[in-house]
Design a protein around this ligand. Sequence first.
Ligand SMILES: [Zn+2]
Ligand SMILES: [Zn+2]
Length: 298
Amino acid sequence: MSADLPVDCHVHSEWSWDAPEGSVDGACDRAVAVGIPGVVFTDHADLTAWFMPEHLHARMPPHFTERLGDDGVVRPSELDVEGHVAAVAAARERYPQLVVRAGVEVSEPHWHPSAVERLVRRGRFDLVIGSVHAVEVDGTPQMIESLFARWDADEVLRTYLREVLALVTAPVEFDVLAHVDYPVRSWPAKADPFEVGRFEDGFLPVLGALAASGKALEINTKRPLDARILEWWREVDGPSVTFGSDAHDPSRVGQAFADVAEHARSLGYAPRDTGDTGDTGDTEESDGSVSLRWWLTG
Ligand SMILES: [Zn+2]
Ligand SMILES: [Zn+2]
């Protein structure tokens, strides 16, 4: 195991409704194979039901189709919190060489503050990821990527970043902001190519507010986070980062971690030394063994 690589803090298992190929054991095996020190299972608590435009129905995978109502709304299944937490605890016994933790990825937590509070109390998670996948259009939540068919691509990303700003400035509890560049994954080939500099005025307020809140920025490697965004995070003295593959099947666990870890290190982010439990009040490092977050040290 390489001490130089970070824990994968964003992995989905079979406990996520949208990860039929996910596997707790498979992800742990993969973590051992690729030499990362551990995995945090952040299965989905998708509290928002989304409207899915009809032209996309034919392209939806079966786990979406099964949850599509006659009203065109996809209703994600509720996370089995106790089942998820117990499965992760059992894996922790089977993989003593790894850090294995139970977390959760909560969708649009600022729209569902009391549900989030109940969920977090119930799960006692080691890490809560806050994410935005949807925005409200004409009073109806819609998945952000579904808007590319109707809107200018730049406007989709700008709308997304406004919603992320609403999340990071809301009084809602979470530890890490997930995939701040999420819509870029679905960037249309026929649009002007994505150029991060065009959106500095959208990203910077988000990063500034997130830094002020003391929360972490996730370096999501599904589509490796643009290097410039991490540099902006350093410029606003962003206090910490986490690394997340967002794997929905074990083969992607730890994907591209060597490259992004090196970049984070070059900007001054590093794991805390063994035994340092940190000063944020988080429980995430309570056993003092491995730092889930990398902290700004410079
Ligand atoms: Zn997500
Ligand atoms: Zn995810």
